[in-house]
Design a protein around this ligand. Structure first.
Ligand code: ADP
Length: 191
């Protein structure tokens, strides 16, 4: 099984690239952000719980997120592998993922970070806010909060996989196709 983590700050382009990559490599895309938004839209209990955090630009509690992720993986037996997008976002989530995959005789293959400077991220998220309808993209304060949360809680995930020799960075600024090609090279190398 191939288990890739597409990693990076909010606005780094994970979702856009993940959609292209899953087609090419025949992997299953799991975006925890998308799953939460689906639940929000349908007013499920999970969605109502998650909304409290998402609206502030904070992370949804680990327990809720991890259980949701596991359930989604188990819905897809016998696949070639996964691209995890927006997960793991805390060290606790990373350890839970490692244990979970180990139980399936598998492991994280590689973590690829899309590297984008802060000023570019803020610009992209504000731009996205005009059309995405996402409340968390509309306010500068919430955007900055998400970036701060990323640095405090999520960067440690990059370090967690560096220790295992699995983390790498890809420059995430420039032409979409170029970035896609850089990612494809990294994935081919990992397989
Ligand atoms: P972005 O990368 O633009 O921040 P996402 O769509 O990945 O957007 O996530 C949107 C929001 O959903 C996050 O700000 C957070 O509140 C919540 N969320 C997504 N993934 C996780 C996760 N792994 N752990 C906790 N909260 C999450």
């Amino acid at each position: 099984m191939i288990n890739l983590i597409l990693f990076g700050p909010p606005g780094s382009g994970k979702g856009t690239q993940a959609l292209k990559l899953v087609k090419k490599f025949k992997l299953v895309h799991i975006s925890t952000g998308d799953l939460f938004r689906f639940n929000l839209k349908n007013n499920t209990p999970l969605g109502l719980e998650a909304k409290k955090y998402i609206d502030k630009g904070a992370l949804v509690p680990d327990k809720v997120t991890i259980n949701m992720l596991k359930a989604k993986v188990l819905e897809n037996p016998k696949v070639k592998g996964f691209i995890f997008d927006g997960f793991p976002r805390t060290k606790k989530q990373a350890s839970a993922l490692d244990r979970f995959l180990k139980g399936m005789d598998s492991e994280v293959t590689k973590l690829i970070m899309l590297d984008v400077p802060d000023d570019e991220l803020v610009r992209r998220l504000k731009e996205r806010g005009k059309t995405s309808g996402r409340a968390d993209d509309k306010s500068k304060k919430i955007i900055l909060n998400r970036l701060a949360t990323y640095k405090e809680e999520t960067i440690p995930v990059f370090d967690h996989y560096i220790k295992k020799g699995k983390s790498i960075k890809v420059w995430g600024v420039g032409d979409l196709e170029m970035i896609y090609k850089r990612l494809c090279l990294e994935i081919k190398e990992a397989k």
